[in-house]
Ligand binder design. Structure first.
Ligand code: ADP
Ligand code: NI
Length: 202
């Protein structure tokens, strides 16, 4: 928790808290192992390559923490497997989560990038990186490599097309998909209003 407490890049403690609550809710409805989902959700961002020297350092940090806290080997292996395959990475991460628990936590993480909260996080992240909200000449890019996705030549609105609006079709569970549909509709309503205001028509 202390690891992410003061983060302002969209990986703060409240993100972790929301993802954990959502993972528990989905897990209960999908009959997944709630303990594994809760633990993986709580730890899912600690090993993020963007917040560590490299991925291996981050993964070792989590492994040590699980060892110190007496989590058994099988659960440790499962949690590490989940947190190393969960990230969106500009859509370049194509591997499907191999266990139901991984699918649940990934759905919970993706839901937090959608809807009203998802929009708030995009605006925060963009501001944190010093990027503009919108530029009419800058169009969303297709088939981004991870380097292009992380390069920073984008606007907050472009990120809706490069990530947020794609998430609905990448959900793993039925419960996650239902929630994603509602949050997706909200994103579309927001964009419609955004452009209308941009063009001074509403
Ligand atoms: P990713 O694996 O895509 O980097 P994260 O979960 O680490 O995803 O991203 C954290 C939050 O920051 C998410 O809400 C995501 O939508 C947002 N975000 C990531 N990249 C950008 C960007 N280029 N512009 C605006 N927001 C971004
Ligand atoms: Ni996350």
């Amino acid at each position: 928790m202390l690891e992410l407490g003061g983060d302002t890049s969209g990986h703060d403690w409240w993100h972790v808290h929301r993802v954990t609550e959502m993972a528990k809710t989905i897990a209960a409805k999908e009959n997944a192992d709630i303990f594994i989902c809760e633990l993986a959700a709580l730890l899912h961002d600690v090993a993020d390559e963007k917040l560590n020297q490299d991925e291996i350092t981050g993964v070792n940090k989590v492994k040590n923490w699980l060892d110190e806290n007496g989590v058994d080997d099988k659960s440790t292996k499962h949690v590490l497997e989940i947190i190393t395959t969960i990230s969106f990475k500009g859509g370049t991460q194509k591997k499907k989560m191999s266990t139901l628990e991984g699918q649940v936590v990934q759905d919970a993480d993706r839901l937090d990038a959608m809807g009203a909260i998802g929009i708030s996080r995009v605006m925060c992240y963009s501001g944190f990186k010093g990027r503009p909200i919108h530029h009419p000449d800058m169009k969303p890019r297709d088939n981004l490599t991870l380097e292009e996705y992380r390069s920073g030549n984008d606007t907050a609105i472009m990120h809706f097309y490069e990530k947020l609006l794609k998430l609905k079709d990448s959900m793993n569970t039925n419960v996650g998909r239902d929630l994603a549909n509602g949050r997706h509709e909200f994103l579309e309503t927001y964009l419609e209003q955004f452009y209308a205001e941009w063009d001074a028509t509403r």
